[in-house]
Design a protein around this ligand. Structure first.
Ligand SMILES: [Zn+2]
Length: 272
């Protein structure tokens, strides 16, 4: 392939993955709504929550339908939350960015899988302050595949890649967080702020990213969560007692670590 053809191929794959991300984002909206209610994500087919009319394919084109319908149900004119197209766009952007960073590779495929789950976790935790076990297990199943793959071909997120990197990853960040949760439980009783969902979420993250990037993800999540909490408290958006879900910060921290983690780590150790 010539240079032009190679560039054309990359743009083509990028566009395909962005569109795929929009469609997966549309499915994630269903998951975010139904999983906490313990409903099936497959049946019944999508319907308007207000008038119960079953939606047609034309009503469910990611982002496009929302714009064409001006954010209202075609049948009863009830408002559609703007978050639906935003989740679709966000998923499309995440897919595109992961492809730009890791190219046409098994790593990209693995990360598309991980971040699809993490995006669902982000919004479910935001809405309900829970991280469903089912999503953690789905993540671990994917993590088991990358663990096996890494036995045969070094998985480039693990630097250096050893056979046990994802296994230490499973227990590193989650182990630290579990210890913090235990201490919180001992000091504050049941009000200890750390949820076990956050602990469990770091098991698949550690499998996909290896122990170094998992620890960096945890560090970044704590920093982002701390800064945001201080900002929310000072600006009085939240009260002192109200709990802030940690899941969204874990997802954001993991995304930063995924994109820049190995550079951040080598830069840091070059300083000392
Ligand atoms: Zn309706």
């Amino acid at each position: 392939m010539g240079i032009d053809q190679a560039a054309g191929f990359q743009v083509f794959v990028g566009i395909c993955l962005f569109v795929l991300g929009l469609c997966i984002g549309s499915f994630l909206n269903v998951c975010i709504y139904r999983i906490p209610l313990k409903q099936s994500v497959i049946s019944p087919p999508s319907h308007c929550p207000n008038c119960n009319t079953r939606l047609t394919a034309a009503d469910m084109i990611p982002v496009v339908s929302y714009i064409l319908l001006r954010g209202r149900c075609r049948y009863c004119k009830a408002g559609i939350p703007v978050r639906y197209p935003l989740v679709e766009l966000l998923t499309g952007m995440v897919y595109l960015i992961l492809y730009i960073r890791y190219g046409f590779s098994v790593e990209t495929l693995a990360l598309l899988y991980l971040f699809s789950i993490l995006l669902a976790v982000l919004f479910i935790d935001l809405d309900h302050m829970i991280i469903p076990n089912g999503l953690v297990l789905l993540g671990m199943a994917g993590g088991a595949l990358t663990t096996v793959y890494n036995l045969f071909v070094p998985f480039s997120l693990y630097q250096p890649s050893k056979w046990y990197t994802p296994l230490i990853g499973m227990v590193s960040a989650s182990g630290i967080l579990f210890a913090v949760a235990l201490i919180g439980l001992l000091i504050y009783g049941n009000d200890g702020a750390m949820g076990m969902g956050d602990v469990k979420l770091f098991i698949p993250i550690g499998m996909f990213l290896g122990w170094k990037l998992a620890l960096l993800s945890l560090f970044l999540a704590v920093m982002l969560g701390g800064i945001t909490s201080i900002f929310l408290l000072i600006s009085r958006i939240v009260k002192r007692k109200s709990a802030i879900p940690f899941g969204p910060f874990i997802v954001a921290g993991t995304f930063i670590a995924t994109l820049f983690g190995n550079s951040i780590i080598s830069w840091y150790f070059a300083q000392i």
